[in-house]
Structure formats: C-alpha cells, structure tokens
Design a protein around this ligand. Structure first.
Ligand code: IVH
Length: 367
C-alpha cells in the first residue's frame, strides 16, 4: 500500500470496526459475520504493527494490552455519586408520588422508569468524545480508577458518535454487570480449574472490573448500560427521557427497557410488567428506578445527604422458595468485606453455584 494511503485506510478501518462493535454489542444486531469482522480487525492490527507511530488510544485495537497495575488508584469524583432510597410496598410508592406533588406544588408529575440493574456503578468521562477515564463509585466521593479495565468492555465506546454535536466534556454514570448465561459459563470455567465460583453475577462483575491485570478483565464477559449524565459542558437535556435519548445518540448503551409514565399508576404497571418478565431477562434486575422526568424539577427537589429526593428504587418482592440451608460460608472480598453466603439444598435458587465440587443454590443478603 502506498504510504499516502495508509492513514486514510487506518481511519476507515477503525470507523468501520467501531460501527460493527456498536451494532453487535450495543444494538445486538450485527451486519457482518464473525469471520468478516475478524478479517477487518486483523487488517487493522497488521497495519498498526507495521506503523506503530500511527496507533491512537481510541483505536479498537487498544482495548487490551495495558501493563498490570500495582494498585487501583483512588480518584475523587467530579460530582458525588449518590445512592438511591429503596422502597418495596405500593403504599410507599404512592407516598413518594404525593411527596413529589406536594413539594413541586403540582397536580401531576411525569416519571421516567427503567430497570435497576444489579451490578456496580461506574463513572465514565469523555473529553471531546474520547473515553479518557472511568472509576468505580467507591464511597460516593472517591472511587477507584478502573479506566484500563473499562476499556476492555466492548459495549463501551472508546469514541462517541461524531455526527451528533459532542460536548467537550462529559461525565456519565452507568452500571457494569454480567449476563446470566455468561456468568454461569464463567463460573463453570473457574470451578473447572479448581477455583471458587462467584456467588452471583454482581460479585462476578465487581471482581472482574477491579482486577489489577486488565488482560484478566478482558476475558470476563462484562457489559455496561448508561443511565445518567452527571456533568456536561453543553446544555443538559430538559428531561431524563431526553437524557437517555441523547446518550443513545452519542452511541452509549442506554436502557432499552424503559417507560415514560404520565402518572404513578403507569409506574406501578411498568413495575408489575417488568417483575413478571424478570426471569426472562438475560440479566439480573432487582427493581425499577423511578425518576421525576423534568430536570428542572429534579433540581428543585434537590438531594439529601446520600440520595436524590427525585428518584427512588422501587424494588421487587424478594424471590421466595422453601429450601434447606446446608451451610453458611463467608466470602472475602478484595477489600476485606465479608459476605455471608447461604448454600441451599435446591440448586434452582437464583443461580447455581459450585462449592467444593458440589452444586448448590446460593443466597446472599440483598443490598
Ligand atoms: S440512578 C442520582 N439508575 O442502584 C441517581 N441507579 O441503590 C443515582 N442502579 O448505586 C443512580 N440501575 O448503582 C440509577 N437505572 C438506574 C440504576 C441505578 C442500577 C444502581 C446504582 C446505585 C444503586 C442504588
């Protein structure tokens, strides 16, 4: 290839691969076969190997390969990463609606409702459309820098879609989690080589994202969904619903399952319907998050010390099944957190897990 043609070819290849990554990992709708994709990827890698001076950090080839870290560096969040108050009873959601109407002095409030993903919360930072940093929530004020690990997640764009007007600076919040079938396959792989299984998809996602060696993270089937703009240098969309639309236009994975609700009754219907399809979903959710749709109203409602007043986690009734606790084991997290795990007689409960060669159901206290 003539030297003058190399850069345009590299740019075209990267754009094309990014588009196919988006179609495959975000839209779930691939246009080309795996082998066609592999051919494009190989061509990119070979060209970059021949011209290392032309490699850019946002190239799809640069998702893996960062050297292992000594430790996860602590980073302060630009905005505090708040938590959500949880409710479970219908009367509590009605009380929430009455509170919103009273404080906003309005007869009706529109809500945006979406799943409460059971994973771990992350902050993603984009400068001029390029992914530059990502961190875990940590204590809400300070998190851990997991940028290199997040880069391995294929549904996370390293570069936002350039066509829509991109902000110079953008901080987005999302959730990293694992699909149930991927989680089970991962646990099989882990137990086959004699290691202890993860108790549930959330622990698996957290353990995988908080690795020091990103080549390990790259082998873990993590996905991300974004649900909040935390800071942006351009005007913020006027509603949460528009916010999710905007995230999707930028090429970020936003919750596909969501509903704009004109009243709290519609929120309750969405909660009911979502709960009834919970077992058919490919990932774990433990409720729906209900948010006052208008951002100016969110601003008026403000927040308490750890959670916003304008949103609530409307949890599902805990799953019920009668079984026998055979053993209680304590799983030790990386930071020394101790989590009691009940090993149950029937392996059906939640997700089967292997412990010392035997299969159990597992249950851990919910958040
Ligand atoms: S909104 C200020 N939306 O739930 C708004 N959180 O119990 C803060 N979560 O730590 C969060 N799905 O990790 C929001 N659709 C969703 C969510 C969600 C899962 C998590 C989040 C948070 C926890 C609160």
């Amino acid at each position: 290839m003539a030297h003058a043609d190399i850069l345009p070819r590299l740019i075209a290849l990267r754009d094309e691969i990014r588009r196919h990554d988006y179609l495959y990992y975000v839209k779930d709708h691939p246009e080309i076969s795996d082998s066609q994709y592999d051919r494009l990827f190989r061509e990119l890698v070979e060209l970059e190997q021949a011209h290392p001076e032309l490699v850019t950090p946002d190239s799809p080839s640069q998702r893996v390969g960062a050297p292992p870290l000594q430790e996860l560096v602590k980073v302060p969040h630009e905005q505090p990463m708040l938590s959500l108050d949880s409710i479970i009873e219908q009367s509590e959601v009605e009380a929430f609606d009455l509170r919103m109407k009273r404080e906003l002095e309005t007869p009706s409030v529109e809500y945006s409702a979406e799943p409460k993903f059971d994973g771990l919360s992350v902050e993603l930072m984009y400068d001029h459309g390029i992914f530059i940093r990502g961190a875990t929530r940590g204590d809400g004020t300070t998190g851990e820098d997991v940028t290199v690990n997040l880069r391995t997640i294929r549904s996370l764009p390293l570069q936002l879609h350039a066509r829509s007007n991109l902000p110079d600076h953008l901080v987005v919040r999302g959730e990293v989690y694992m699909r149930l079938d991927d989680f089970q396959a991962l646990n099989r792989r882990i137990t086959e080589r004699g290691d202890n299984a993860f108790a549930n998809p959330r622990n698996a996602a957290s353990g995988s994202l908080r690795q020091l060696d990103s080549t390990i993270t790259a082998t873990r089937p993590l996905v991300v969904t974004c649900y909040e703009i935390m800071a942006v240098s351009t005007p913020v969309p006027p509603t949460h619903w528009d916010e999710l639309e905007t995230l999707a236009q930028w090429g970020l994975p936003a919750p596909a399952l969501r509903r704009l609700c004109a009243s709290i009754d519609e929120v309750m219907a969405f909660h009911r319907e979502t709960e009834s399809m919970r077992d058919q979903l490919p990932y774990e959710i433990d409720g729906v998050v209900v948010k006052v749709n208008r951002r100016d109203w969110q601003g008026r409602l403000g927040m308490k010390s750890r959670s916003p007043r304008w949103a609530i986690a409307y949890k599902f009734t805990p799953r019920k099944e009668i079984t026998i606790v055979q053993e209680i084991v304590v799983s030790v997290g990386r930071t020394g957190t101790l989590t009691p795990v009940a090993l149950l007689k029937q392996p059906r409960c939640i997700t089967p897990m292997k412990w010392r060669g035997k299969t159990f159901g597992s249950a851990i206290p919910s958040r």
